[in-house]
Ligand binder design. Structure first.
Ligand code: GLA
Ligand code: ZN
Length: 670
C-alpha cells in the first residue's frame, strides 16, 4: 500500500462493513462509492463472530462475496483480521480471554478491545484466524494491505497477565537481587524473595490512582510489559499472514500520541504506519500536525496512511460538533502535507444500530448522494484523482528534531513530586507548536534514531536518560549540534532511580549547570524573567540553577531565587546546549527558537501570516509546498519563487501575491 508500484495515486476510502447490512443494499453502495471516487475499502474489521461461529467452524462465504464485489468494482482492499473483538461463545467457553480491569474487576463478554493479550485462547485463535484469512485470500489481487486487529489499546491485570509478567521480569532481571535493586524495594520493606510474590501493580496493590503508584519501578515495567504483550499479539498475527503471503504489507491502525503503547518499539514490527486522526474541532492545527509528524517519524520518515478520520462528525465526544464546510478537505491535505500517501475514513455507510449510528459516514442514513458531506467527499475524490502520483513517496527533510519518548512519558507522569501538573506531551507540544506555527519542518524522533541530519535537537522534559543516550547527545553537540532541554531533565536512569551527584545527572557536563532544587508553582502562580526587554512568565517548575561553565541568558526575578539563572547556554565542543529551567510562554519560545535556528541557518519553509500552515515534501529533487489556511479569512502572501499549483495548474510568478481562501489549500510545485 505504501511503496507499492500498483498504486499510482493517493488512495481514498475507508472502513466498509457490508456484512452489517442486507445484501440488497450492496449494489447501491457500489454506485455511491464509485460516485464519491472511493478506490480502497478496509474490510472485515469486526467480523470474528461471523467468520467463526464456534471453535471448529470457519465461514468465509459472505466475506468471499464482499471481496469479490469490491474487486469487480475496481476497488483496492485493506484486509483486516477481525481480532479486536472476540466472539461471545469464546468468552463463555474460555473465560481466560476476558480482561481484568485496573481496579481488579473481571469483565464479562461485551464491548471491543476486550481480549487479554496473555490469554492462551486469544493467542491461539487470533493467529489461527489470521492464517485462515491469509490462506483463503492469498491470491486476491485487490488486497494491497493487511490490517491486524484495530486500535490496540487498554490493558489487563488478570492472572494470566500476572504469570506472564513474572516470566517477563525473569527474562529482564535474571535474579531477584537485580530486580529488588532496580525497583528499590528496600524502601518500605518490599523486598521479594520469590518470583511468585510479585503481583501486578494496580488498585489492589501498589496504585492508589491510575498515575499514582508507591513504586514507580514496577509500574513502569508493567507499562513496558503490556505494550510488549500487545505487540506480540500483533506480531503473531503478522507472522501467520507472512507464513502464507511472504510479501504481505501489514499494519495496524495506531492512534497518534497514545500513551499506553510504545509505538516507537512497535514500528519495527509493522511494514508501514497507519493511524486514525480524530481531533476535537477546537484543537489547534499544530496538534494534529504533531501527531502526523510522530507517525511519519516512526519509520524514519517513510510515508504513512491516514487509516481513519470522520468525514463529518464523531459520536463519542460530549458534544459532537460537525466538521465545518471545507474542514474535511483541509485536514485530509494536512495529513498529506505531513507525509500521508492515503486518505481514509471511518466509515462508508452509517450503521442503524448501536453506539456508532450517529458517527459520520460517506453514505448517510438518508441513503443518497444529496448531502453536504457526500458532496465534499466527492469533490475531494475528484481532486485526488487529478493529483495522481505527484505527492506519493515524497519526503520531509527537517533540520530540527524533537524527541518524544514513551518511557519518559510514563515516568514523568508516575512521578510523585515535584508537581502533579507535569504533563510530558503538553511540554513536548509547547515546543513543537512554537516551531510548527512558524512553519519550520520538524521530525519527531525516538532515542534510537540518528541525530546526524539535524541542526537542532530538542528534548523537553528529558527526565529519564536511558542507556547511553547522554553519550549520543554529547557526541552530537561536540560535533556542532544544538541541543535544548528543559527543567526536570536528567534526573533518573531507565529504572527511575535517581542519578546521584547532582541534577541533571548525566547531562550536567553537556549543559554546564548544576540544578540544586526545583520549585513547583501551582496553576496561576508565576515567577518571571525578562528576555530582550520583554517580561515573561515562569511557571509549573522553576529549577534553581548554578552555572558550571554555562552562561545565564536570563534570571528569575522574584522569590528567594531571584537572580538565579532561568535559561542557560553552554558552549560544548563546537555546538551549544540550552537549558530552559522553567515552563515558559509560547510567545517567548517562538522568538527564542527562531533566534537559535537562524544562527545555524535553519529557516521556516515560508513566512506567512498566522493560521497559515506551510510544509514541504520533496520528490525527485523537486520541492512541493503545501499551503493550508486553517483560519476563517481569506489571506494573501507573496511568493519568493515561481511555482505551479497542482490542483488547478495555475502558474504563480516570483513575487506574485497569492491569495488563499478560508480553509483553502494550495499545493505549489517548484
Ligand atoms: C476508531 C475505530 C473505529 C470507529 C471509530 C469511531 O477509530 O477504529 O472502529 O470506532 O473510532 O470514531
Ligand atoms: Zn490479562
Amino acid at each position: 500500500m505504501i511503496g507499492d508500484s500498483r498504486i499510482t495515486k493517493v488512495l481514498y476510502g475507508g472502513d466498509y462493513n457490508p456484512e452489517q447490512w442486507p445484501e440488497e443494499i450492496w449494489e447501491e453502495d457500489m454506485r455511491l462509492l464509485a460516485l464519491a471516487g472511493i478506490d480502497i475499502v478496509t474490510l472485515n474489521v469486526f467480523s470474528w463472530a461471523l467468520l467463526q461461529p464456534d471453535e471448529n467452524t470457519y465461514c468465509f462465504e459472505k466475506l468471499d462475496k464482499i471481496l469479490d464485489m469490491v474487486t469487480r468494482n475496481g476497488m483496492k482492499v485493506c484486509m483486516a483480521t477481525s481480532t479486536a473483538a472476540h466472539p461471545a461463545w469464546m468468552a463463555r467457553r474460555h473465560p481466560d480471554v476476558l480482561r481484568t480491569e485496573f481496579n481488579g474487576m473481571r469483565r464479562k463478554f461485551g464491548g471491543r478491545h476486550n481480549s487479554c493479550s496473555n490469554s492462551p485462547t486469544y493467542q491461539h485463535y487470533s493467529a489461527m484466524l489470521a492464517r485462515r484469512l491469509a490462506e483463503r485470500y492469498k491470491d486476491c489481487s485487490s488486497i494491497v494491505a493487511w490490517h491486524v486487529n484495530n486500535e490496540y489499546g487498554g490493558g489487563c491485570w488478570c492472572e494470566n497477565c500476572e504469570k506472564a509478567f513474572r516470566v517477563w521480569l525473569r527474562e529482564k532481571y535474571h535474579t531477584l537481587e537485580e530486580l529488588n535493586q532496580a525497583w528499590d524495594t528496600a524502601f518500605w520493606g518490599h523486598t521479594f524473595y520469590d518470583w511468585e510474590e510479585i503481583v501486578v501493580p494496580n488498585l489492589l496493590s501498589e496504585h492508589f490512582e491510575e498515575n499514582r503508584t508507591t513504586f514507580q519501578g514496577i509500574s513502569l515495567d508493567y507499562k513496558r510489559f503490556q505494550s510488549e504483550s500487545m505487540q506480540k499479539n500483533f506480531e503473531s498475527e503478522a507472522e501467520a499472514i507472512r507464513s502464507v503471503i511472504p510479501n504481505a504489507k501489514i499494519t495496524t491502525n495506531l492512534m497518534g500520541f497514545y500513551k499506553h503503547l510504545d509505538y516507537q518499539k512497535w514500528a519495527a514490527s509493522m511494514d508501514f504506519i497507519s493511524w486514525d486522526n480524530y481531533p476535537a474541532n477546537e484543537d489547534p492545527y499544530s496538534k494534529m500536525a504533531m501527531n502526523h509528524d510522530l507517525m511519519r517519524g516512526l519509520k524514519g520518515g517513510l510515508p504513512f496512511v491516514l487509516m481513519e478520520q470522520t468525514p463529518s462528525v464523531t459520536n463519542w465526544l460530549s458534544y459532537n460538533a460537525l466538521k465545518r464546510p471545507g474542514v474535511m478537505r483541509l485536514w485530509s491535505y494536512q495529513a498529506i502535507a505531513h507525509g500521508a500517501d492515503a486518505v481514509m475514513f471511518f466509515q462508508m455507510r452509517r450503521s442503524i444500530g448501536a453506539c456508532e449510528k450517529y458517527h459520520g459516514a460517506v453514505i448517510d442514513h438518508a441513503g443518497h448522494e444529496n448531502t453536504r458531506v457526500f458532496r465534499e467527499i466527492q469533490e475531494l475524490g475528484k481532486e485526488l484523482k487529478k493529483l495522481g502520483s505527484a505527492t506519493l513517496g515524497a519526503v520531509t527533510c527537517a533540520k530540527i528534531a524533537i524527541l518524544a519518548d514513551w518511557d519518559n512519558w510514563w515516568a514523568v507522569e508516575y512521578s510523585a513530586g515535584p508537581s502533579r501538573d507535569l504533563n510530558y506531551m503538553q511540554e513536548v507540544f509547547l515546543y513543537y507548536r512554537a516551531l510548527c506555527e512558524q512553519n519550520y519542518s520538524v521530525d519527531i524522533i525516538g532515542m534510537e534514531d540518528s541525530l546526524s541530519s539535524y541542526k537542532m535537537v530538542l528534548a523537553p522534559l528529558l527526565y529519564m536518560t536511558k542507556g547511553s543516550f547522554d553519550e549520543k547527545i554529547r557526541a552530537y553537540v561536540k560535533k556542532g549540534g544544538i541541543f535544548l532541554t528543559t527543567f526536570f531533565s536528567g534526573f533518573v536512569d531507565e529504572h527511575d532511580l535517581v542519578v546521584t551527584g547532582g541534577y541533571p545527572g548525566k547531562l550536567r557536563d553537556i549543559l554546564g549547570i548544576w540544578v540544586e532544587e526545583s520549585d513547583a508553582l501551582p496553576g496561576g502562580v508565576y515567577n518571571r524573567f525578562t528576555y530582550q526587554g520583554t517580561s515573561y512568565q515562569a511557571g509549573l517548575l522553576c529549577d534553581i540553577v548554578h552555572l558550571e561553565g554555562a552562561e545565564a541568558l536570563t534570571e528569575y526575578e522574584e522569590d528567594f531565587y531571584a537572580g538565579y539563572p532561568a535559561i542557560t547556554r553552554n558552549a560544548f565542543g563546537t555546538g551549544e546546549a540550552y537549558y530552559i529551567g522553567t515552563q515558559t510562554e509560547e510567545g517567548f519560545l517562538k522568538k527564542f527558537l527562531k533566534e537559535c535556528l537562524s544562527r545555524v541557518g535553519v529557516w521556516p519553509v515560508l513566512e506567512v501570516s498566522e493560521n497559515i500552515e506551510v510544509t514541504e515534501r520533496r520528490k525527485d529533487g523537486k520541492s512541493l509546498w503545501f499551503v493550508l489556511n486553517h483560519g476563517d479569512e481569506e489571506k494573501t502572501f507573496s511568493l519568493p519563487c515561481r511555482r505551479r499549483e497542482l490542483l488547478t495548474g495555475q502558474i504563480f510568478e516570483k513575487g506574485e501575491e497569492v491569495s488563499i481562501s478560508k480553509k483553502g489549500v494550495l499545493i505549489l510545485e517548484e
